[in-house]
Every structure is written in C-alpha cells, then in structure tokens.
Design a protein around this ligand. Structure first.
Ligand SMILES: *[C@@H]1O[C@H](CO)[C@@H](O)[C@H](O)[C@H]1NC(C)=O
Length: 169
C-alpha cells in the first residue's frame, strides 16, 4: 500500500532534474524603457534608507522587467520578471528590500514555465540569495535559490542585475 503510493507520486511528477539558468534583469525606474511603477510611497517623515535619498521605509515598486541572455538590452529576450519589491527595513542605515516576483520564461526549452522567487535583497551586498519557492509548467513543485548581483547601477534610474538560478524540478 505504502509502496504503491510512492510509485504513483513518482509517476505524477516525473523524475526531478537540476537546472541552472543564467539571466540578466533590466530594472528601469525612468526613461523610454521604464519597467517599474512606484505604487506605495511612504510618508515624508520615514527614514531614508542607506543615505540614498531614493528609498523610504514602506516604499513599494511593481516591476515587469525584461530578462535577457546577455547584459545588453538588445541581447536575446528570455522572459520577464514580474512582481514587486518593498523597502522593508526601518533602519536608515540599511537599504534592504523584500522582493517577490515570478520569472516567466518565454523562450527555449522552458518557454511558458514560471518560477516563484521571494526573499531579502540587501542591495549593498555583492551577492544576495533569494529563494525559489515554487513554479509552474516544467518547474512545477520547484525548489531552489537565486544568486543575484548588481552589474550596473545608474543613480536609481536603472539597475542591471545578474541572476544565477539553481532549481530542482
Ligand atoms: C513560446 O510559447 C508561446 C505559446 O505557446 C508561443 O506562441 C511562442 O512562439 C513560443 N516562443 C518561442 C520562442 O518558442
């Protein structure tokens, strides 16, 4: 009885595999390619985070960022990163964000599949680790993690992020 249950589970979900995706994410706060909108704006008396004058505790941004194969915007499109981030630290010295987004793949063997990503983004750290908490399509029942680095940063108007995604699904 127990064995039958195990076997049927294995058939339902198929064999798990490890996947590594390498993506560049383009986050534009301004300009012709703008891909974010600030929907929640904290009141003026909140602490400015990291001395940046850009973020206050409670600010919230919704994004629909392009994902490409290489670092240039003209590089092959691989998908979108759709979700939001929040200035989640109440300490003025700590510019930490909370991020929550779906990586939607629109090209290659994972076309149409998504990964659900969430976690803490301490923007000052050279590498941040986020959690892959699920997915759909080829990534149903996915688990894993994302290593994220800032490659380029333009006065709060543009951030180029490099994502290494390690997934078991
Ligand atoms: C991805 O899938 C969609 C929907 O099935 C299809 O229209 C599109 O052509 C596919 N794109 C690529 C690059 O395979």
């Amino acid at each position: 009885m127990f064995m039958a249950f195990v076997v049927s589970l294995a058939c339902a979900f198929g064999p798990q595999q490890s996947h590594h995706l390498h993506l560049y994410m383009h986050d534009f706060a301004a300009g012709p390619n703008v891909s974010t909108i600030r929907v929640g704006v904290a009141h003026d008396t909140g602490p400015l985070l990291g001395g940046s004058k850009l973020w206050r505790f409670g600010d919230m941004v919704v994004m629909d960022d392009a994902l490409t194969e290489g670092p240039g915007m003209g590089s092959r499109a691989l998908g979108r990163a759709q979700g939001f981030y929040i200035a989640a630290s109440s300490k003025g010295s700590d510019p930490t964000l909370h991020m929550s987004f779906d990586l939607l793949l629109t090209s290659g063997p994972y076309n149409g599949s998504t990964l659900a990503v969430t976690g803490r983004d301490n923007v000052m750290a050279p590498v941040r680790e986020l959690s892959v908490v699920g997915g759909m399509g080829r990534f149903r029942m996915a688990t894993g993690y994302v290593l994220m680095q800032t490659v380029e940063w333009w006065h709060g108007e543009y951030a180029l992020l490099e994502l290494d995604v390690y997934v078991h699904a």
